[in-house]
Design a binder for this molecule. Structure first.
Ligand code: GUN
Length: 295
């Protein structure tokens, strides 16, 4: 079997077109412009490129958007003050603090400081807790994007055996929770594997849907995948550079081998990546509507 490629770039484009229309309607009918601020502390090259892409997309959709770049040695309480300022700025509906933060800043403290109503990343403990009890408000962007990819590619989720490899707060734990929800686009039987799992392949081989966020290049090989499985590769590993200096990327799945066994698979790049930014935009539109009492 050669797998169908699930193109995140195409699905993301489709959702962005829908959002663009919605933003235009909100402006025309309610004089409401979704506002997003992205705060970047320091100049980590990967973070700079993510934040630039987030800003570019929010411009394209017609948001009010602001990029707030701060020096790497910014004090923690300065950052807390800045967040407070945006918490009370009525033009800003979504606040994104790009992670990771420099070591001297306590990430947990910063995420706590963001008003949960403006937490479009879905990382605030209030929003994490709401997802846990089945009353989600803002879903974290990467897992929300994975769910959309599954739904829009026609993958049957209800009753499916889903195996997640990785237990991070950003991907593994929330995607497990999302697909476990008692609602449409979920209702799966979910297993989470991690670095201490014994005989990983005995779990991954059972999966109808295999979601890999292991943080290790090509960690999942064809022998670990069931014939006909749907495979979602969340990994982004920089494994070298082209002669022109562009990063060469690969996922956490051995794409060439696994595509011969899976029924559908996401590529890297062009799979989950474009969905993350798109879901951030979706959350920001939702935040604006909630603030205006429209949602
Ligand atoms: N760093 C890597 N992924 C993310 C994300 O989804 N949100 C934020 N804020 N930082 C990140």
């Amino acid at each position: 079997m050669t797998a169908k490629i699930i193109s995140g770039s195409e699905v993301a484009k489709e959702i962005r077109e829908e959002l663009k229309q919605e933003v235009a309607d909100l402006k025309e009918r309610h004089n409401l412009v979704p506002g997003l601020v992205t705060i970047l502390v320091g100049e980590d090259p990967a973070s700079v490129s993510y934040v630039t892409a987030k800003q570019r997309t929010s411009h394209e959709l017609g948001f009010y958007s602001k990029q707030d770049n701060q020096p790497a040695d910014m004090a923690e309480d300065e950052l807390l003050k800045l967040i407070d300022q945006y918490n009370s700025d009525p033009k800003i509906h979504g606040i994104l603090v790009q992670l990771p933060l420099p070591k001297h800043i306590d990430e947990g403290k910063i995420l706590y400081a963001i008003d949960p109503r403006k937490d479009v990343d879905g990382f605030h403990p209030v929003n994490v807790g709401k997802l846990m009890i089945g009353e989600p408000n803002y879903l974290p962007c990467t897992p929300a994007g994975i769910q959309q990819l599954l739904i829009r590619s026609g993958t049957k989720i209800e009753g499916a055996d889903v195996v997640v490899v990785g237990r991070s707060n950003i991907v593994g734990k929330p995607i497990a929770n999302i697909l476990l929800q008692k609602r449409e686009g979920a209702n799966a039987t979910v297993t989470v594997c991690h670095t201490r799992t014994r005989e990983m392949a005995s779990y991954t081989k059972r999966a109808d849907i295999l979601i890999v966020a292991a943080g290790k290049p090509k960690a999942i090989t064809a022998d670990m995948v069931r014939e006909g499985a749907v495979v979602i590769d969340v990994g982004v590993n920089r494994i070298g550079k082209t002669p022109e200096g562009k990063a060469i990327l690969c996922g956490d799945v051995d794409f060439e081998g696994v595509k011969e066994k899976a029924s559908a698979i996401t590529p890297v790049p062009g799979g989950v990546g474009p969905m993350t930014i798109t879901m951030l935009m979706m959350n920001t539109v939702k935040a604006a509507k909630l603030a205006a009492g429209i949602a």
